[in-house]
Write a protein that binds this ligand. Structure first.
Ligand code: NAD
Length: 262
């Protein structure tokens, strides 16, 4: 595993699922980590302490709401002040809502665009000046296979993730000579609470059982017929932070069991 000792990382949406695995992956490689996300205080504090105890790094928690651009900016400033720099930024927070476009609630559209796309813009905008000054930075956006292809009933999510792919490529070009790489990881179906929560909505939208949704909808698109694991995503993210990955930038890197090859 590459060493990220002396680096300071921040992962949005890291109280659960992929984000938690990213935070633990960076910490395992030696980075101090700021975690962020929603949830009850006690389990988040237990997770924060576990990261410090398991990996011997510093870990702090930011409760910033990714739907609020000013809060995102403040979160980056506080992380820089607490650890002295922000070297690795993983924009990972994301939510989902499934409905036909004509029934899609306006507030869900707005929330998904804010949390899944605009939060990454505000975080990148705040983090890039410090990365440029130190001539080193790694920005990793958790996109999705839905950054490359669409599925019905997910208009906001697919729009936001396609937007995140565009943001990734644009910023990669802007900072290409500043020692900063910007990439997106595009997972297929990863077994996390977000996927589990989609099952009832998809059951209702398509009139299916839970098993049918898992195998005929989710894994139908995934030629390997296996869910991606959060540890596989974290291992790739740690590699993207290594010196060996410094020519990898502007990529939308699929980890989707072959989904988008079809
Ligand atoms: P999850 O629901 O397990 O975790 C989402 C995280 O985001 C949680 O920590 C939650 O607290 C946080 N979050 C949600 N709204 C927030 C807000 N307003 N402010 C701050 N934090 C907020 O989901 P996951 O499956 O781990 O998804 C993580 C990312 O991976 C998302 O961007 C998602 O779109 C993407 N993704 C997931 C899959 C999958 O199959 N699970 C596939 C492709 C992409």
């Amino acid at each position: 595993m590459p060493s990220l000792a002396s680096k300071n990382a921040l992962v949005t949406g890291s109280t659960s699922g992929i984000g938690l695995a990213l935070a633990r992956g960076f910490a395992q490689a030696g980075a101090n980590v700021t975690i962020n996300g929603l949830g009850d205080a006690a389990p988040i504090e237990a997770e924060r302490r576990a990261i410090e105890k398991d990996f011997g790094v510093r870990c702090r928690y930011s409760p910033a709401n990714m739907a609020d651009g000013a809060a995102v900016t403040a979160m980056i400033r506080e992380a820089e002040a607490a650890f002295g720099s922000l070297d690795i930024l993983a924009n990972n927070a994301g939510i989902q809502h499934v409905d036909p476009v004509e029934d899609f609630p306006d507030d869900k559209w707005e929330a998904i665009l804010r949390i899944n796309l605009s939060a990454a813009f505000y975080a990148i905008k705040a983090a890039v000046p410090g990365m440029k000054a130190r001539h080193w930075g790694r920005i990793i956006n958790t996109a999705s296979a839905h950054a490359l292809v669409a599925s019905p009933f997910k208009s906001a999510y697919v729009a936001a993730k396609h937007g995140l792919a565009g943001l990734t490529k644009t910023v990669a070009l802007e900072v290409a000579r500043d020692g900063i790489t910007v990439n997106a990881i595009a997972p297929g179906y990863v077994w996390t609470p977000l996927v589990e929560k989609q099952i009832p909505d998809t059951m209702a939208a398509r009139g299916m059982t839970a098993e049918q949704v898992k195998h005929d909808v989710m894994l139908a698109a995934q030629p390997t017929k296996e869910f991606v694991t959060v540890d596989e995503i974290a291992a790739l993210a740690v590699f993207l932070c290594s010196e060996r990955a410094k020519q990898m930038t502007g990529g939308i890197i699929s980890v989707d069991g072959g989904w988008t090859a079809e």
